[in-house]
Design a protein around this ligand. Structure first.
Ligand code: XIL
Length: 347
């Protein structure tokens, strides 16, 4: 379906959101993460759960603090096509409507990933040529649906393992490394205006995985494949942020692509005390400074906004408190530290 065809749906949803008070106003002069980032010509983004838009405090925080949004899960293949040929765009549409109502950019996440795939796809025993056709059709369908609405797509997510070797997936197994260029070309054809990214974690420090991603992007550029950006996810324990994150971002940018911090969170071993929160704030500010110092770093996205809606406690046992706002939606020290890092005159 083309975007023109779904515009009325968005328009209706926009009116509904506006009427329910989603377009929260910020007091004049009050700095937000989004406004601070804007003053440095960057965006500040957050991963959102459209299932929580009916909760007013969540909605208002997302509307006022963010200038970019990402669906934490709502655009993943397993969610949008749970049965072959049966699509469920509810969450994705509502994320897009929210962003349009609040004039926020959208980072689409994610088209080709080994995880959160529909069971029919994983268990379908498809031949390699069928997997290729299904992948291209999926990209064409989803990117086409939101053509013109999405600022940037994480086209390929997490292609490498920590030692820098290719990660096995149905896509890699079917096509080898060529799946990446094939996916990028399909995305470009479906929405020529969207910035196309490859995104990964543990690539924020110089090491085998970072080098593998660097070599991949360099080879895509040489081959003329449509690659516009590198996403560095940036999931770390507070206090363990790599010291060389800025030089790594500069190195990627040196390939002639944009760079974005796409999934930042800085987890703390619970219970979090004041000292840990201060350490965390320092690391959040360091990421912002690294982005500001890298001309091609376009913005920073955190993986969630409040601690009560974070993937960390369920995936990193004993950890939590990873996001800039606490469970009661109060700003943690990280918020002021990032605003300062975005706005203070560079030394
Ligand atoms: C995570 C979500 O936050 C969870 O809710 C979900 O259960 C699993 O996926 N890297 C990514 C994200 O690229 O898509 C992942 O999101 C976190 C790690």
């Amino acid at each position: 379906m083309q975007r023109a065809g779904i515009r009325p749906i968005f328009a209706a949803a926009v009116v509904a959101l506006a009427a329910s008070g989603s377009v929260a106003s910020v007091r004049a002069g009050e700095a937000t993460l989004g406004s601070a980032a804007g003053s440095a010509d960057r965006y500040f983004g957050g991963a959102l759960d459209p299932g929580a838009f009916d909760e007013r405090p969540y909605r208002e925080l997302a509307a006022t603090q963010l200038t970019s949004v990402t669906p934490e899960n709502a655009m993943k293949w397993g969610l949008v096509e749970p049965e072959r040929g049966e699509f469920d765009w509810k969450g994705a549409d509502s994320l897009v409507a929210f962003a349009e109502a609040n004039r926020q950019k959208i980072r689409g996440h994610t088209l080709v990933w080994h995880s959160q795939l529909p069971l029919w796809l994983i268990n379908g025993a498809f031949r390699p040529d069928e997997i290729k056709d299904l992948m291209v059709a999926h990209i064409t369908e989803e990117v086409g649906r939101y053509k013109g609405a999405i600022y940037a797509w994480d086209v390929v997510n997490e292609p490498f393992t920590d030692d820098g070797s290719w990660r096995r997936s149905i896509f890699y197994d079917a096509m080898g490394p060529d799946y990446i260029a094939t996916a990028l070309k399909a995305a470009r054809a479906a929405d020529p205006a969207a910035k196309l990214y490859v995104n990964d974690y543990n690539v924020e420090t110089d090491g085998p995985k970072m080098q593998a991603l660097y070599d991949l992007v360099a080879s895509l550029k040489r081959a003329g494949a449509p690659i516009d950006g590198v996403g560095v996810q940036s999931h770390f324990a507070a206090g363990a942020l790599p010291k060389d994150i800025q030089s790594v971002m500069e190195k990627f940018a040196g390939l002639g692509v944009d760079v974005a911090v796409t999934e930042l969170d800085l987890r703390i071993r619970l219970p979090a005390d004041e000292k840990a929160l201060v350490t965390q704030a320092g690391d959040y500010a360091s990421v912002v400074r690294a982005c500001r110092a890298t001309p091609r770093c376009v913005g920073v996205t955190t993986w969630g906004i409040t601690d009560d809606r974070s993937w960390i406690p369920s995936y990193f046992s004993g950890y939590g408190a990873a996001l800039p706002f606490d469970a009661a939606h109060r700003a943690k020290p990280a918020v002021g530290a990032m605003i300062k890092a975005f706005t203070q005159v560079a030394p």
